[in-house]
Design a protein around this ligand. Sequence first.
Ligand SMILES: *Cc1c(COP(=O)(O)O)cnc(C)c1O
Length: 395
Amino acid sequence: MTDEVDEYGFSTRGVRAGVRRTEQGEQSEPIFTTSSFVFGSAEQAAARFSGAEPGNVYSRFTNPTVNAFERRLAALEGGERCVATSSGMAAILTACLGLLKAGDHVICAHGVFGNTALLFGNYLGRFGIETSFVSLTELAAWESALRPNTRLLFVETPANPLAQIADIAALAALAHRHGCLLAVDNTVCTAALQRPLALGADIVVLSATKYIDGQGRCIGGAIVGSEALVGREVYGALRTTGACLSPFNAWVFLKGLETLAVRMRAHSANAQHLAEWLGRQSVVRQVYYAGLPEHPQSELARRQQSGFGGLLAFELEGGRAEAWRFINAVKLISVTANLGDTKSSITHPATTTHGRLTAEAREAAGIREGLVRIAAGLEDVEDLMADLKRGFAAL
Ligand SMILES: *Cc1c(COP(=O)(O)O)cnc(C)c1O
């Protein structure tokens, strides 16, 4: 699936991979907004439906624009196959539907995206799939949570919002010693900064809504991995259960991949600058960013990532009242929970993204009331610092 561009570098693949130019000779990729496809004859329709002849039937199964996005993302993540989905959550759910069954056990990191924790903890349990939650960074905890029926280890690294880093290679080795699969949520780094499959993970899941779109426009997701796991099991689940990606959103993401490497470098540079600056403010108790040498897994991050990404968090002296006063004082930075946008955003995780977790689950995940998360966008960093100074002045 990774076509003719395998031998090229990452940026070239981001711009060129997956293209199948039509007879119109277009330079930019077209959008195929069609729900179904026309056959030349009844015989051909039968052959397409039975699978005897490859080709498009219906856009829940295949769509040329969605497939172009899938081929390009597969080429960037280094996987044989990619399956695009209607959201990041749909990517995680569809991967589970394709790879798990009642009676299976999952081990998931504390501190994963709030809805991911709810999906495993509240919903999959109803269908007989039990999940244990363990500390992201303690390999021994993963090992002792293993059961004979454990089938999947699920991790998000760097974790949002505290930027803890999981050792992907070590978790992959543990999973494979026990006949399990390792899934990594690569939303925060993207393939531009981290390639989990090359480190031994079996599948990558991600929300394309964030950095792959890059400008906060569309919801979507993807699963990447081998032909056997993703091409057969996960794709089989998707075409039947139906959380497919719309061609328009696929086109936005396809074009987003063309600038992904450049944008991730710029997001990382702004976040690094802000993290260092925030660390020098007297009312900041702690800054969470793996690009800081005092970060507990900064060595590991340096080893498995080629950059630290755009997401950082900091804890203010005081609690919710101080955090809210700070957030209410900024003018430029958007108060919104999205991340991966050119526009910087600021949020209070304890009452937004992680607000539906129980207080105990939040405490276990380390999300305290004084915590503020910033997703550094692509504005001038001087303007971002001037804006954050308004927050500090309000305390
Ligand atoms: C946003 C997000 C998701 C869910 O993606 P949606 O596109 O919002 O469904 C999953 N994982 C992480 C790390 C995210 O940030």
